[in-house]
Design a protein around this ligand. Structure first.
Ligand SMILES: [Cu+2]
Length: 233
């Protein structure tokens, strides 16, 4: 390929992704910046109430990237990537049908920030619809001090379930059965930082959504979401 055609190809790609960004924003006035890994392979994503500091990320298969998540807000926030938004029976968004991390295992620093709940059958176990139980810190006897409102007891030595979980505050009727809040998620309390490092797999081409489903999906609804597009380099 000549330099000239390379240049044209690149220009076309930029135009394409910019177009995607405008569509995503739903308002054509502002131009979205396409975030790419920096010289260290890092993309810094600040989280607050209720947004991510990036709107659109572009990655290529085979490249190694580190998402540096910084919670600059006052609430606990999370980071998930997937496709096909799912809602609970109560109608609030709580998960993606397809997890971006299905075919790759990211390295998370600190490891405790990351949780991966596969599409396991929760049976009658009532996790409050978010299933943040796969972090490896569940008590050996499986006991969970679950308060009626779906919060786990703090300081019970058991799992550190996010204080608001994804359960409704006081809904009591957590319906995990058939609910599919599965997938990989990273959660950070205010002031905390986490690094997620992965090599972009070959089978994730296309568009993905990034989101936080805290507060019964209210974070998502308030705009705590972004987009990821994986294109051939
Ligand atoms: Cu959030």
């Amino acid at each position: 390929m000549t330099d000239r055609s390379k240049k044209i190809r690149r220009r076309r790609l930029v135009a394409l992704t910019a177009f995607a960004g405008v569509v995503a924003s739903g308002c054509g006035a502002d131009t979205q910046v396409v975030a790419r890994p920096d010289a260290n392979g890092e993309i810094v994503i600040n989280m607050d109430e209720f947004s991510y500091s990036i709107d659109l990320i572009e990655l290529h298969p085979g490249e190694e990237v580190t998402f540096v998540l910084v919670n600059q807000g006052t609430n606990e926030h999370e980071f998930m990537i997937g496709r096909n938004l799912q809602h609970t029976s109560e109608g609030y968004p709580n998960a993606f049908e397809h997890d971006f991390f299905e075919t790759t295992t990211p390295m998370v620093d600190p490891p405790s920030a990351g949780m991966n709940m596969g599409a396991m059958d929760m049976g009658g176990m009532d996790m409050g619809g978010d299933g943040h139980d796969a972090g490896g810190d569940m008590p050996a006897d499986g006991s969970m001090d679950m308060a009626p409102d779906g919060h786990t007891g703090e300081g019970d030595g058991g799992m550190d379930m996010a204080p608001d979980g994804h359960t409704g505050e006081g809904d009591g009727g957590m319906d995990m059965g058939g609910d599919s809040h599965s997938g990989f998620m990273v959660q950070r309390k205010p002031g905390e930082v986490a690094r997620i490092t992965l090599t972009v797999p070959d089978d994730v081409l296309g568009e993905w959504q990034i989101g936080c489903f805290r507060g019964r999906g209210s974070h998502w609804d308030a705009g705590m979401r972004a987009r990821l597009i994986v294109t051939e380099a």
